[in-house]
Design a binder for this molecule. Sequence first.
Ligand code: SAM
Length: 376
Amino acid sequence: MKFFASAARGTEGALRDELRTIRLPRVKADRGGVHFEGTLDDAMRACLRSHLAMRVLVELGTFAAHDADDLYAGVRMIPWHEHITPRHTLAVRATCTNSALTHSHFIALKTKDAIVDAIRDRAGARPDVNLDDPDVSVTVRIARDVATVYLDLSGEPLHRRGYRVEVTEATLKETLAAAVLRLSGWTPSVPLLDPLCGSGTLAIEAAMMACRVAPGARRRFGFERLPAYTPDVAARWRALVDEARAQELPKPEQPITATDRDAAAIETTKRNAFRAGVDRGIEIRVCDVRELPDAVGPGYVVSDPPYGDRLAAKPLQLAGFFRQFAETLTRMRGWDVALLSGNPLLEKSLPWRPAREHTLFNGAIECRLLSYKIPA
Ligand SMILES: C[S@@+](CC[C@H](N)C(=O)[O-])C[C@H]1O[C@@H](n2cnc3c(N)ncnc32)[C@H](O)[C@@H]1O
């Protein structure tokens, strides 16, 4: 089977490397995600173990789609009775680029019609549409007049690990936080600090990596609602989850610390870390970044400084804050620093040149991950 794991733009290479470490077969990065091949068990492992993937999709067919008739005929060629019955509910999402078919809503409707007609002709009844909580979620992508139809195995997007029910302002998605950690070069053998932690996503994801907590071990997936999820498959899935949980470590090898000046954010971080099962692995406390104690490396600061909130409207104040932040970092001799920046003012306000820069997207916002080495 062919699969596609989607990723935030700019994180495809990091996802490719992660999927290789999970030992998925024939991994290949592409725009917007990573292809791999294998069995349903491989895809379930990706859902269970990947920190970076946003969704895992299985490819059902690909064909030329120059117009609506091509699209309808191509979708009907797929053996839908293997994937959906009249008792299931259905939703279709579509995207299109550089193609004669230009309306994603129309493409989704035409695809839905073809699926529903195929099931009705075979079973005498049709599945209902449910856009909010479908049993079966189909994605159609048309690029340069070639349509590819996928079944979504994730269900809810994979960033919903189930631990974060509360967010603070400008929260990072869990999958993006995991990508930032991976791109930063941090590994669990080195201490980590996020001094602007908000709801704690970076520190919690780091603690999950350090404690080998599989991101999908505490949530449900779309594949559990598909006809292919037979009792045999369900038993194999439970075995995968049990195996992953048996590998969890009680504490990270090195300290992971999350601080923020906002007491409410710290309480949120504590509750989120507890729900993620890693609260014992993170030191979480209120601290203004300007009051952090001096430190000596090795260690990593990985953080997502404020740039899109109220401060952004006051560039002078924001630049002042960044300079004070830099003073704190200067006292962290020999530390590595990776900052996700959505505002050029950050780079301009810091006294060092980045050792590395990596462009990635936080939703539609183009960001840079700036890496620095603080002189020892
Ligand atoms: C962009 S948010 C971080 C969001 C976080 N990555 C998450 O996923 O929830 C920036 C955080 O910086 C904190 N902050 C701003 N100024 C600060 C300061 N002087 N000291 C400590 N924290 C500060 C804010 O309270 C806010 O929670």
